[in-house]
Design a protein around this ligand. Sequence first.
Ligand code: 5RP
Length: 267
Amino acid sequence: MEWGMANRLARLIPRDGRCLFLPVDHGYFQGPTRKLEQPRQTIQPLIPYADAFFLTRGVLRSSVDPDNTKPIILRVSGGASVVGKDLANEGITTGMEEVIRLNAAAVGMSVFIGTDYERESLLNLARLVDEGEKYGIPVMAVTAVGKELEKREARYLALCCRIAAEMGARIVKTYWCENFEKVVQGCPVPVVMAGGPRVDTELEVFQFVHDGMQRGAIGVNLGRNIWQNEHPVAMMRAIRAIIHEDATPEQAQELYDSIKGQPAVMA
Ligand code: 5RP
């Protein structure tokens, strides 16, 4: 692997081989998502605890100071919205020159397997990989399910992750599901878990993150279950403990409970 590619991957995935990516890209198709109405306010207190951020160029420019040293995964697909005809109808929104100009460590885009736009999104992924590899920029593929949340089961997600890896993605992001090892074992590149809509309790989040890690995920790319929580910093630190310190879900809960009242320290 070329030094540039290896260096970017090493910045994204620390030496323990695990990672906590924080996605704040939701506005690119959802508009001002709850608790992400003002991205700067959401992002700022969480900076110290994230290994990388996943966001669009618009939020990067407007809401992250240029002295930020945390790696940026730039969301480079879009073109559809929750009020439009089909969420799967995405194209590439940001060229590789711009990615380099913005000093991103990686790029991410969604693929919509099993939809009318399957072919288009997979060919877009392949083209993005071609461009990324030219400049040493890793591509993270996001296996999107659109509004069909019931698609979050092992057989379908394993299919999606494998195809994304075959297209050349260096990292694949998918949803946690029961029997998550089936997803990871069929995917020859590292897999990170997304969270999906907020679940009812913190413990449920800690349990699925822990379960996915035990079954082979290298980390998470988890958004709403962190920043829509009443105590996002405590949530972030508790999930960090599972990922980087092998905490159990119960230990994560204890940590969360012990720090949730503390005021946030600004980065
Ligand atoms: C949106 C995304 C998000 O980054 C992803 O869904 C992770 O966020 P959450 O944990 O809130 O689902 O790719 O398309």
